[in-house]
Design a protein. Structure first.
Length: 344
């Protein structure tokens, strides 16, 4: 590797809104190389055209993955979950054990079962597991927390969590990202943090529906509270600890995503609550709505996991079985929960 340590540029893969936000945060401390696969994106970044006009002068575009990997020891892959594995397969030949990868993708990788086979836990991977499967890199981390891109780009104060099995990865990420407007926490339960970041998108869809129906904060608070409980039960069923769900990556990210019109998942639910169909929403959305695929995946896994998640089940029927929204809300508001806090 030609450059290493704290003086080397930091790499970012993914030139969407979150990739731009993270690039600008990194640029407060380091030079940044932003990988652009397509020539037109490379030119737009270099010329600061369109959404790239707000990029820091310390952010440079690059199109050659080998040069990118040689220049950057610390890399932040920030691409949609459905494109993550193919991206890793392209990057992998140029990676070395000395690389650090901290991803910012809040979704799941799904391996389609063969015909007649049910979706099982081994078909579903987090992005850190994809990195392990597709490369020789072992120093892996993830970003998770209330990180709405628009607010970060505007310079508003925020925080994130870097989760990794390796303390050196957490410290490297903190040194690269931390500033007077951006706090960076650390934790070692990476799978828990990844699951929290993916699962909260489901609850954000439901919160958006409530917003689209013009309902108030009482029912919203109930949804978020019970939704968090369902997230925790899923996490415990696959072997993670409760702690990540009660911190920045869990309740912190959930509250932000389930209450902000800047959240793509909230916006999708809001549109459905106002009467649009899932097909209309997916066809016209300019952003990848991670929560929709995560909802379908988790709902189909829950029977195997042996847990009951009424919000996820009813939301699945609304999105995929055309269940009436008002009827769905009535079912959930009258659902007979045994106890309030049932995960401690």
């Amino acid at each position: 590797m030609e450059n290493s340590g704290q003086t080397a540029p930091v790499g970012v893969i993914g030139a969407g809104s979150f990739g731009i936000a993270i690039s600008n945060l990194l640029a407060e401390n380091r030079d940044v190389l932003l990988y652009a696969r397509r020539e037109e994106v490379f030119q737009a970044i270099e010329n600061r055209e369109g959404k790239y006009s707000i990029l820091s002068s310390r952010v440079k575009a690059i199109t050659n993955l080998q040069d990118f990997a040689n220049a950057c020891q610390l890399i932040f892959p920030i691409v949609p979950s459905q494109a993550f594995r193919s991206m890793m397969q392209q990057l992998s030949p140029f990676l070395k054990p000395s690389h650090f990868l901290i991803h910012g993708t809040k979704g799941l990788d799904i391996k389609t079962p063969v015909e007649g086979e049910k979706l099982m836990p081994h078909h579903v991977k987090t992005m850190s597991q994809v990195i392990q499967e597709e490369s020789i890199v072992c120093r892996i981390g993830c970003l998770s927390g209330p990180n709405l891109s628009k607010e970060i780009i505007e310079g508003q104060p925020a925080a994130t969590l870097i989760a990794s099995n390796f303390t050196e990865v957490i410290k490297a990420g903190q040194l690269a990202l931390k500033s007077t407007r951006f706090q960076v926490y650390g934790d070692h339960d990476i799978i828990g943090a990844e699951l929290a970041g993916a699962l909260k998108n489901i609850i954000a869809l439901a919160a958006g529906i409530l917003g689209g129906k013009g309902l108030g904060k009482n029912i919203w608070a109930l949804l978020v509270t019970r939704g968090l409980s369902e997230m925790i039960h899923i996490g415990k069923a696959v072997g993670t600890d409760v702690k990540p769900f009660l911190g920045v990556a869990g309740i912190g990210d959930l509250v932000a995503t389930a209450s902000s019109e800047n959240s793509r998942n909230y916006k999708a639910g809001f549109r459905l609550g106002q009467g649009e169909t899932l097909a209309q929403i997916m066809e016209t959305s300019t952003d990848v709505i991670e929560g929709v695929k995560t909802l379908e995946t988790i709902r189909n896994l829950n029977a195997h996991l042996g847990i009951t998640t009424p919000i996820i089940e009813i939301l699945y029927r609304v999105f995929f079985k055309q269940m009436d929204v008002d009827n769905a809300i009535q079912v959930l508001i009258t659902y007979r929960y045994a106890v309030d806090v049932d995960f401690l």
